[in-house]
Design a protein around this ligand. Structure first.
Ligand SMILES: Nc1ncnc2c1ncn2[C@@H]1O[C@H](COP(=O)(O)OP(=O)(O)OP(=O)(O)O)[C@@H](O)[C@H]1O
Length: 521
């Protein structure tokens, strides 16, 4: 009998309810020499009794009174069934199968646990020779063993429940923390990416999702829609924000220089390469590489870029050693890249590699409700930069802006507001008169004629002659800047058409845009 003491110690060592139940049922079977011993425990919803200690789990509904265990559970009284009494319990299939081993010398004992308690926690089912069952419950050591088990069972279940509660609590706390972090990033983004339209809200969500992934991000949108701003935002809200943000406009760099700009070069790689130079890919290590106007990347470089993206390994021009760089690629294009893929001007494999997380930016005319926010935002930036106090825009001015379709998108609006603020007396509001003429068609170039409209030419001449030309180079630059801006506006930012209409190669136009700091409009 001292053996029960050993078994009690074993029970005390169990740390999980399942482990405890298995050990308990096995001990009873082995110690008493029974044919079978099962512990039946109510399921978490309390609707079924489920077995422990049986290879094939059995379960009975707690209201299935075709089975004696339901009676024991309800009455909290033990039932002892001899082989002759089992014939009355044959309708329940699994109980019939479980007791099929019972011979005329055996008894099936079904005890509620705790024995003598009113609240049944579990049910013990034993099958064995009748002589082994007789008076078993009254044996002090066995009864004590059952009592210790029931206490331990209650204790471990309570501990497991508390552990689960703590886990749920900590999960909901970290969910709440995540939500609050996300709200915080959203509000941070709404101070740089202005607009409350549903398109802008969706955009901010996409930026956060893209930033928290490791995917390459492709930003598509017309000129002036904010592609560069979005690229910067993806970097700023990502875990790489402390790393570098390295940007390059592929259209603005002559084709032969782009490779060495991106990949760097080794000393002696070509004439003039008098020392090693780190390329932008290497500089972006730990941060973000932004390739603007990716559609202008030559095909030969596209293959090399794909290799870097796949393997993170690259070789500087003329270099012997391969280098590695861990960067996230964000690319942007204002052209339909898929059309370029179809025309075999852009590699399909690279296209899909870049498009892992696509973000499309809407035209300003597709989010008219943002025009007011943006206009006020640009007025306050103007005030900050110029230490003025322009008091916002008159309602009529905002209405007029909402009627215009802004081919140059947000950038055009920004320039228009800057221009209007410069026409506005400090302390007063921007009115329609300040910018109306810049919205009218006569302000634009006439494509058929290919020259500046007379109205505009007059305005330009007035500008250049009124103060007298003091610096020819600067004046010519200003004139060039004026012509390119106007032409880009006419062709709604399409650089290919603009370049063609001005009779210059697209790459020259891109170079001039870069030099004159024209972002188009
Ligand atoms: N939602 C916005 N909130 C505030 N400013 C914006 C927003 N969208 C664009 N801008 C501003 O508009 C101007 C143009 O933006 P950006 O340079 O990012 O456009 P882009 O699409 O990259 O243009 P491009 O294709 O011509 O290079 C910038 O001054 C930018 O700050």
């Amino acid at each position: 009998m001292s053996q029960w003491l050993v078994h009690v110690t074993e029970l005390a060592m169990a740390r999980q309810p399942n482990q405890l139940a298995g050990r308990f049922a096995d001990t009873i079977r082995d110690e008493l020499g029974l044919k079978n011993s099962l512990l039946l425990v109510p399921s978490s919803d309390g609707r079924t009794l489920v077995s422990h200690g049986e290879p094939h789990q059995l379960s009975w509904s707690v209201t299935d009174f075709d089975c004696p265990v339901a009676h024991v559970l309800q009455s909290a009284k033990p039932i002892y069934l001899g082989s002759d009494e089992l014939v009355f319990w044959r309708s329940n299939r699994s109980f019939r199968q479980l007791t099929s081993c019972v011979s005329f010398m055996d008894t099936v004992a079904i005890l509620p646990l705790p024995v003598g308690g009113e609240q049944v926690q579990s049910v013990l089912l034993m099958i064995g020779e009748s002589r082994l069952m007789e008076g078993l419950v009254d044996q002090g050591e066995f009864a004590k063993y059952l009592e210790v088990f029931t206490h331990q069972w209650a204790l471990l279940n309570k501990m497991q429940k508390e552990h689960q509660d703590r886990q749920v609590l900590s999960e909901s706390l970290s969910d709440a923390q995540r939500d609050s972090d996300r709200r915080c990033v959203m509000s941070q983004l709404s101070t740089t990416l202005i607009g409350n339209s549903s398109a802008m809200q969706k955009l901010r969500e996409q930026i956060i999702n893209a930033a928290s992934s490791k995917l390459s991000v492709m930003i598509q949108g017309e000129t002036g829609t904010g592609k560069e701003l979005v690229a910067q935002a993806v970097h700023d809200v990502s875990s790489r924000s402390k790393g570098p943000f390295v940007a390059i406009n592929c259209a603005a760099i002559p084709e032969n220089l782009l490779e060495s700009e991106l990949f760097g070069y080794s000393k002696g790689a070509f004439s003039g390469a008098d020392k090693d130079k780190l390329g932008l890919i290497a500089q972006a290590d730990g941060g973000t590489l932004f390739l603007d106007e990716i559609g202008d990347m030559p095909l030969s470089l596209q293959a090399k870029l794909l290799r870097v993206l796949e393997s993170r390994v690259f070789r500087p021009v003329g270099g012997k050693k391969e280098l590695t760089s861990d960067f996230r690629l964000v690319s942007a294009t204002h052209v339909n890249l898929l059309a370029q893929v179809r025309q075999r001007q852009f590699r399909q494999d690279l296209y899909y590699r870049l498009l892992q997380y696509p973000i499309s930016l809407p035209r300003l005319s597709d989010k008219i409700e943002d025009i007011e926010f943006l206009s006020h935002h640009f007025v306050s930036i103007f005030n900050q930069h110029n230490e003025t106090y322009i008091r916002g825009l008159a309602y009529t001015a905002i209405d007029r802006l909402k009627q215009y379709d802004f081919p140059g998108n947000v950038r055009e609006l920004k320039h228009l507001i800057e221009f209007a603020c410069a026409q506005t007396l400090d302390g007063t509001e921007v009115t329609v008169d300040c910018f109306e003429h810049r919205l009218s068609p006569s302000h634009l170039f006439t494509p058929e004629l290919g020259h500046i409209s007379t109205h505009n030419l007059a305005a330009s001449e007035a500008t250049f002659t009124s103060g007298g030309v003091k610096d020819l180079k600067q004046t010519l630059n200003e004139f060039e800047l004026h012509i390119i801006r106007e032409r880009l506006q006419l062709f709604e930012g399409d650089r290919a058409k603009t370049a063609e209409s001005l009779g210059i190669p697209k790459r020259t136009l891109a170079y001039k845009c870069q030099k004159l700091e024209i972002k188009t409009s």
